[in-house]
Ligand binder design. Structure first.
Ligand code: ADP
Ligand code: MG
Length: 211
């Protein structure tokens, strides 16, 4: 399934896409397979992502995997154990550019590095170090979610509140997946800043999936 680069070569895999596209699920799936194959695994995430758990990576579907939260990407190198073969990094868009060098160093040292993160921010702009990681990776998977408005393939993360800072940690309270046509980066909300009521849209998507 993945590139077989021989016994001593490492490599970098990127799993990207909008929120709710299954990046964390896919990361967990790959890490579980590695564990079954008795490979030693370490997982990291930025402390910024404390949505569901401080010390797990957690998918929106409530799958979990124990991880080490780090405040800077340089901590990853410090914390790698000698016999770790597979390194997973979730929410990599929150790290600064140094994460790129760190992934290179680890791959050059023979490690398999799997990096998951948002490829675009809430404005549809390439997010942090992910574009560079995509360029240097041996393998890139761009996942799609389902657009909560029309049921098409969603490649964008729609922010549902008027907040304009790039990093606003949240899940369904602040964001939903949308396709290019339904994505509106300029979306503004009512006077009291309430998230938009998405119940109607969710129903329409349920109808499309079941119908
Ligand atoms: P990501 O890490 O990309 O944000 P997760 O792996 O945490 O995604 O969650 C994926 C899960 O999100 C899906 O299996 C599904 O249960 C849920 N989900 C919620 N909204 C959507 C959507 N619009 N499209 C697809 N999956 C969704
Ligand atoms: Mg995730």
């Amino acid at each position: 399934m993945f590139i077989n680069q021989g016994r001593h070569s490492g490599w970098i895999e990127v799993v990207c896409g909008p929120m709710f596209s299954g990046k964390t699920e896919e990361l967990i799936r790959r890490l579980r397979l590695s564990l079954i194959a008795k490979q030693r695994v370490q997982i990291f995430k930025p402390v910024t992502d404390n949505r569901y758990s401080e010390e797990h990576i957690v998918s929106h579907d409530d799958q979990k995997f124990l991880c080490t939260p780090v405040s800077e990407s340089s901590e990853i190198l410090e914390k790698i154990r000698e016999h770790t073969h597979v390194i997973g990094v979730d929410e990599a868009q929150f790290f600064d550019g140094e994460i790129v060098d760190i992934c290179q160093v680890l791959a050059n040292r023979g490690r398999r590095v799997i990096v998951a993160g948002l490829d675009q921010d809430y404005l549809g702009v390439p997010f942090g170090p992910i574009p560079e990681l995509m360029a240097i990776a041996e393998s890139v998977l761009k996942l799609k979610a389902i657009c909560m408005v029309c049921g098409g393939l969603a490649t964008k993360t729609q922010r549902l509140t008027a907040e304009t800072k790039q990093v606003l940690v949240g899940a369904k309270d602040h964001y939903e997946a949308r396709c290019r046509a339904c994505f509106d980066p300029e979306l503004a909300v009512g006077e009291d800043d309430r998230p938009i009521d998405t119940a109607k849209n969710t129903d329409s998507v349920t109808r499309q999936i079941s119908g």
